[in-house]
Design a protein around this ligand. Structure first.
Ligand code: NAP
Ligand code: ZN
Length: 366
C-alpha cells in the first residue's frame, strides 16, 4: 500500500496571498494559463498578477483555454511558453485550464517533442506548476491526470503522463462568482470521484481515508446543494475541501467506469463533465452492490442515505436526466466493453450485460 501525493496543497482563506513566497519560489518567468473569462472576473488572476509584479517576475498570459480543452489549444499555449522561455506555469480556473496547464508544462519542458507525445508513454519531466482551482469538482489540484479532447483521434481521455502540480492553493472564495448550477455540477463530479475511488479494484484500507473523509465533508453540503436557495458562503471552503479530498482519492485509484462512460457524452454532445459522470453513478453502485454490499453500505452511511434508490433520487434532483437514441447508446456501450483500462478498475468483473445494464438504467433511451 502506498501513499503518494508530491504536491504542497493548502486549503484556506486568502490562500494565494498567504503563499506569495511559495509561488515566487517556483521560478523566474511565469506562463499563466486560464479560461477566457472567469479568472479575470473572480479576482484570482489579479491576485496572482499582484504577487508576480511584487516579485518582479515577468509573465505571459494564455487566456484561451476552452471547456474540455483540446490538444490543439495546449500546443498553441506551449508554443507561446517556449517563445517566452517560461520556466514555471500557473494554472487558474476549473479543471479545464489546470489540466491544460499540466500538458503545457510537459511540452515546454521538452521542446524537441511535439504534441504527439501527449498520448505516448515516455518518462519526461514537466515544468513546475502552481494550480489555483476555482470550481469545486475536479480535484485536479491534487491529481496527476490531465484530461484532453483529442479531435484527431476522436476521443477525450487522460494523457499518458502523470503530472502533479508542485503547489496547489485552494480558496473557496472564488465560488462566490459561480452559478448554483456550476457549483452543483462540479460537486457531483467530486461525489463521483469519491464513489469511484471507493468502489475500485485499487482501493485499500490505506487510501480509503480520503474518500471516507471526503464523503463526510460532501454530506455536509448535501442539503444546500439540493435546496433552491443560493449556496451560503460559509460552505465554500467545505465544498472545495470535499473536491480536493476527492482528487486525493482518485490520485491513488484513478476514476472508474462512470468516468469512462461519461467521456462519450461530453465529446459528442457537450454535456458538462459533472453531469455526464453523475448520470452513471447510481447504476454503477447498484451493479457493484451485488459484489461488495458492505462497501456500498459504507458510502450510503457516510452520505446519510437509506439505499441506492435514495442515492439515485438525490443525483436526479441535482442534475436531472438525459435522453439519447438507443442506437447511439448501443455504440457507446460497445466501445465501453473494449475499455479494459476502466473496466479493470471495477471491484467486480463487469460482463457485457452489466455494462449495458448501467447504460440502460442511467439514460432515457429513445
Ligand atoms: P471547466 O471546464 O474548467 O469550467 C467550466 C466553466 O466554469 C467555464 O465556463 C469557466 O469559465 C467557468 N468557471 C470556472 N471557475 C468559475 C468561477 N469561480 N466562477 C464562475 N465561473 C467559473 O469546468 P470543471 O468542471 O472544473 O472542469 C472540467 C474538466 O476537468 C473536464 O475536461 C474534465 O474531464 C476534467 N477533469 C479532470 C480531472 C483530473 O483529475 N485532472 C478530474 C475530473 C475532471 P472560463 O472558461 O472563463 O474560465
Ligand atoms: Zn471527474
Amino acid at each position: 500500500m502506498r501513499f503518494y501525493i508530491p504536491t504542497d496543497v493548502y486549503v484556506e482563506k486568502n490562500c494565494v496571498k498567504n503563499h506569495e513566497k511559495d509561488i515566487l519560489a517556483c521560478g523566474k518567468k511565469a506562463l499563466i494559463v486560464t479560461g477566457k473569462h472567469s479568472a479575470k472576473n473572480n479576482g484570482s488572476l489579479d491576485e496572482v498578477l499582484e504577487i508576480l509584479k511584487n516579485g518582479k517576475v515577468p509573465y505571459g498570459i494564455f487566456d484561451e483555454v476552452e471547456e474540455n480543452p483540446s490538444v490543439e489549444t495546449v500546443a498553441r499555449a506551449a508554443q507561446m511558453g517556449k517563445t517566452f522561455a517560461a520556466d514555471f506555469i500557473i494554472g487558474i480556473g476549473g479543471g479545464s485550464p489546470i489540466d491544460a496547464a499540466k500538458a503545457i508544462a510537459l511540452l515546454i519542458a521538452n521542446p524537441k517533442e511535439t504534441e504527439e507525445i501527449l498520448y505516448t508513454p515516455k518518462k519526461l519531466d514537466a515544468l513546475p506548476l502552481v494550480a489555483i482551482p476555482t470550481t469545486c469538482g475536479t480535484g485536479t489540484e491534487a491529481t496527476p491526470a490531465s484530461v484532453l479532447t483529442n479531435r484527431k483521434g476522436g476521443f477525450k481521455k487522460s494523457i499518458a503522463h502523470k503530472i502533479f502540480p508542485k503547489l496547489s492553493l485552494v480558496d473557496g472564495k472564488y465560488l462566490a462568482f459561480a452559478s448554483k448550477e456550476l457549483i452543483v455540477n462540479t460537486a457531483v463530479d467530486a461525489l463521483a470521484h469519491l464513489v469511484e475511488s471507493y468502489l475500485n479494484s485499487q482501493s485499500n484500507v490505506y487510501n480509503r481515508m480520503f474518500p471516507e473523509y471526503g464523503l463526510k465533508c460532501w454530506e455536509q453540503n448535501k442539503e444546500a446543494l439540493l435546496s433552491n436557495s443560493p449556496i451560503n458562503e460559509n460552505l465554500y471552503e467545505n465544498l472545495m475541501l470535499a473536491s480536493t479530498l476527492a482528487g486525493m482519492s482518485i490520485a491513488h485509484t484513478s476514476t472508474a467506469v462512470p468516468h469512462g462512460m461519461s467521456y462519450d457524452l461530453t465529446y459528442n454532445f457537450n454535456v458538462p463533465h459533472g453531469k455526464a459522470v453523475g448520470y452513471f453513478l447510481a447504476a454503477y453502485m447498484e451493479v457493484c452492490e451485488k459484489a461488495v454490499p458492505k462497501d456500498v453500505r459504507t458510502i450510503l452511511d457516510l452520505l446519510k442515505l437509506k439505499d441506492v434508490a435514495a442515492f439515485a433520487e438525490m443525483v436526479k434532483a441535482l442534475i436531472g436526466t438525459y435522453e439519447l437514441p438507443r442506437a447511439t447508446v448501443e455504440k457507446f456501450a460497445t466501445r465501453m466493453c473494449g475499455n479494459s483500462s476502466k473496466l479493470k478498475l471495477s471491484p467486480c468483473e463487469l460482463s457485457k450485460e452489466n455494462v449495458w445494464e448501467i447504460y440502460e438504467k442511467s439514460l432515457i433511451l429513445l
